[in-house]
Design a protein around this ligand. Structure first.
Ligand SMILES: O=CC(=O)O
Length: 336
């Protein structure tokens, strides 16, 4: 672990560059504490602008929309000491290269858990109860009254939910699914402790393939790392029942989006609820044409409360670092 860098005594306040607009309360507090450079027009910074910002900052506060790779870190000079990411996922940052250069990386876990799990349930309900179809009908003025045979979806109670990645968010999804009367199953690198498994009423599957073949709904809650890239590839998606539904609120790269799209079009998978996409906001256009797919613009953690708490976490990470200690949410490569 590289030596933690305390505030340079020759500089009174840390120079902190924030790459996107953050909630006003967060920006105000940061301005009180640090010599902060804000991105008031919220324009996404180019690669060159990010490198230039890193060269003149002690701390960079990026978001998922900023790719920070090894080449950029090599060009960043030696002033930058901390990348305090505003967000839980850090797959847009080359954490290994940062570490090799003695640059710490922190994130904002925990505060996005409940909000993201809420959106998992919203997507499950949206797909299985066909809510967007109903809403579109209302908005278009096409509803002509109640009918016993219209708008029929499937009942959630009793359905088998397979959670892929049983970290904080996966566990929050499990709690909600229990309340909805679903049967909770999970696959994870490590099995949960027996008491946690019992509390979540969750059945562990060591084999992901075997779990996939038996689930009615699969929710992806594993982070994107080299070992989870395309974890749901064409071969694994084919193991799923044609009546099954896939939900993803984690990172698009965990699913082979083209394979999923092909299978949804062919009716080999019944539906999908997606908040994240393999190529950021460039979505496979064919996904948009499908009635059995609910798409959201990466809203999993988008609550006012959550965004403020994310900012508070960033501030605590920077302040703790400035005081000469490890940021509480330090990300080390072995965690990935
Ligand atoms: O996707 C959101 C996050 O990583 O916090």
């Amino acid at each position: 672990m590289p030596a933690v860098h305390a505030t340079d005594p020759t500089r009174s306040r840390l120079k902190v560059t924030v790459t996107r607009r953050l909630p006003e309360a967060v920006e105000t507090r940061m301005s009180e504490l640090f010599d902060v450079s804000l991105n008031t027009d919220d324009r996404k910074m180019s690669r060159d602008e990010l490198v230039a910002a890193m060269r003149v900052s002690d701390v960079l506060v990026p978001t998922i929309t900023d790719q920070i790779d090894a080449t950029m870190l090599a060009q960043a000079g030696d002033r930058l000491k901390l990348i305090a990411n505003y967000g839980a996922g850090v797959d847009h940052i080359d954490v290994h290269s940062a570490r090799q250069r003695g640059i710490l990386v922190s994130n904002t876990p925990g505060v996005v858990t409940e909000d993201t799990a809420d959106v998992v349930m919203a997507l499950i309900l949206g797909v299985t109860r066909r809510l967007p179809e109903g809403m579109a009908e209302m908005q278009a003025g096409r509803w002509h009254g109640w009918s016993p045979t219209a708008h029929l979806g499937g009942r959630l109670g009793g359905r088998r939910l397979g959670i892929l990645g049983m970290g904080r968010i996966g566990q929050a999804v499990a709690r909600r699914a229990n309340v909805f009367g679903m049967q909770v199953h999970y696959h994870n690198r490590r099995r949960l402790r027996p008491e946690v498994e019992a509390e979540l009423q969750a059945t562990y599957w060591e084999s992901l393939d075997q779990m996939l073949a038996r689930m009615d709904i699969v929710s992806v809650n594993a982070p994107h790392t080299p070992s989870t890239f395309h974890l749901l590839n064409a071969r694994r998606l084919k193991l799923m029942k044609p009546s099954a539904v896939v939900i993803n609120t984690s990172r698009g790269e965990v699913i082979d989006e083209n394979a999923l799209t092909r299978m949804l079009r062919a009716g080999e998978i019944a539906g999908a609820g997606l908040d994240v996409f393999e190529h950021g906001h460039e979505i496979n256009p064919r996904l948009r044409e499908l009635p059995n797919v609910v798409l959201l613009p990466h809203m999993g953690s988008a609550t006012i409360e959550g965004r403020i708490e994310m900012g508070e976490k960033v501030i605590i990470n920077i302040k703790t670092f400035a005081d000469g200690h490890r940021p509480p949410d330090l990300v080390v490569p072995s965690m990935l």
